[in-house]
Design a protein around this ligand. Structure first.
Ligand SMILES: [Zn+2]
Length: 378
């Protein structure tokens, strides 16, 4: 049994001071005094936070989910813990079927044999069922019509499918997914009308992938996907790097969606946590410079954001308190993929996924399912 003392314990609706957090593999107790014979960790007045959860990340530290190797997944898992992320969904891109399926197989292996870094929760499949008009940095060569056949052998590991509902004729795919699987449908890379997006949401699409980016915008006569996102109760991913979205838009979305329905993601590509330079994403060259990743034509191609930085950016730019901003990257993503009974908050009985952050959300210690995996406390 271990105990964290001298920290500010982040809860969903408050911050607890002068309490201790007791855990082994799970959270055992939050109480006034450390039980005897425990290993004691001094939090040095930092935030004791639930481990962050990134439901949309392609890569980091030079590796990408589409590399199709366990080594690449392990590199990503080990890089995220330095930013306080304790679990995530490796995210695939539009590529040929063999490459996408190979990535699925590797993710399956990483899930069944968790040995290092952050926990792999499953797959976020972004594309290939998207609209070429809003392809963003996805490679148009590999865009195809939604097909249940394509995913049918992997319904146990796919957690999210990001797709364009308007290319799903008669919503056949949408209905098949909702009827036969627990997979979350997330709307993205889409030129859907407001009406079409609302129809998909009524049929069960429950998330919006990187709100505002790669989708029909809000117009007062033609509200588009952004309108449908803001006027229904879907979860909305946001890439809070202040590049994909102006920072003043954070409060605007908060006012419209409320703090329960925003999920911070990184959408980081392999150049995350690396130096500026030339990288690859989905078979295309990406130029990374001054915190942005772009194709040659200037199109944004994922990000180099980290999730702790996203939380801080959002906190700094809105009226949220720090524990409320942390919730956007912990309990909200957990709820959106139905794992809130196990992860996303420091509640008794949940997995001991814990991160220590200073006031600027720099990470000093990361614990995954009770195991210390990163420590730079001096
Ligand atoms: Zn992405």
């Amino acid at each position: 049994m271990k105990v964290i003392v001298n920290g500010k314990i982040i809860q969903k609706d408050c911050i607890l001071e002068n309490k201790v957090l007791v855990f082994d593999k799970k959270i055992i107790d939050i109480c006034d005094k450390a039980p005897k014979n425990c290993e004691v960790i001094d939090a040095k007045e930092m935030y004791v936070s639930p481990g962050l959860i990134d439901i949309h990340i392609h890569g980091s530290k030079g590796s990408d989910t589409m590399d199709g190797s366990l080594e690449a997944i392990n590199i990503i898992s080990n890089s995220m813990i330095e930013n306080g992320v304790t679990s995530y969904l490796p995210t695939t891109m539009a590529m040929d079927k063999e490459c996408v399926h190979k990535a699925f197989e590797i993710i399956k292996k990483a899930m069944s044999n968790h040995s290092q870094g952050a926990t792999v929760l499953g797959v976020h499949m972004e594309g290939p069922f998207i609209n070429e008009y809003y392809k963003g940095a996805q490679n148009s060569e590999f865009i195809i019509k939604p097909s249940f056949e394509f995913i049918k052998d992997y319904t146990d590991i796919i957690k999210i499918i990001s797709y364009a509902p308007e290319v799903d004729k008669g919503f056949e795919f949408t209905k098949d997914i909702k009827k036969n699987t627990d997979i979350i449908l997330s709307i993205c890379h889409t030129n859907s009308t407001y009406e079409n997006a609302k129809a998909a949401i009524e049929l069960g699409a429950s998330n919006i992938t990187h709100l505002f980016n790669a989708m029909s915008p809000l117009n007062h006569r033609d509200p588009g996907v952004v309108g449908a996102a803001l006027m229904t109760d879907v979860y909305c991913e946001m890439i809070a790097d202040k590049i994909h979205t102006n920072k003043d838009i954070f409060q605007f979305v908060l006012n419209n969606k409320g703090k329960e329905k925003i999920i911070l993601v990184t959408d980081s590509m392999r150049a995350g946590c690396m130096e500026d330079g030339e990288y690859e994403l989905g078979g295309q060259v990406v130029y990374v410079k001054e915190n942005s990743a772009r194709l040659k034509n200037g199109t944004l191609a994922g990000s180099v954001l980290t999730l702790n930085k996203a939380v801080y950016n959002f906190f700094e730019s809105t009226n949220l308190k720090i524990h409320e901003a942390i919730a956007l990257a912990s309990i909200n993503p957990a709820k959106s993929i139905n794992i809130e009974n196990k992860k996303g908050s420091l509640d008794i009985g949940k997995d001991a996924d814990i991160s220590l952050f200073d006031k600027k959300m720099n990470c000093y210690l990361t614990i995954v399912e009770g195991k210390e995996v990163f420590n730079k406390i001096i």
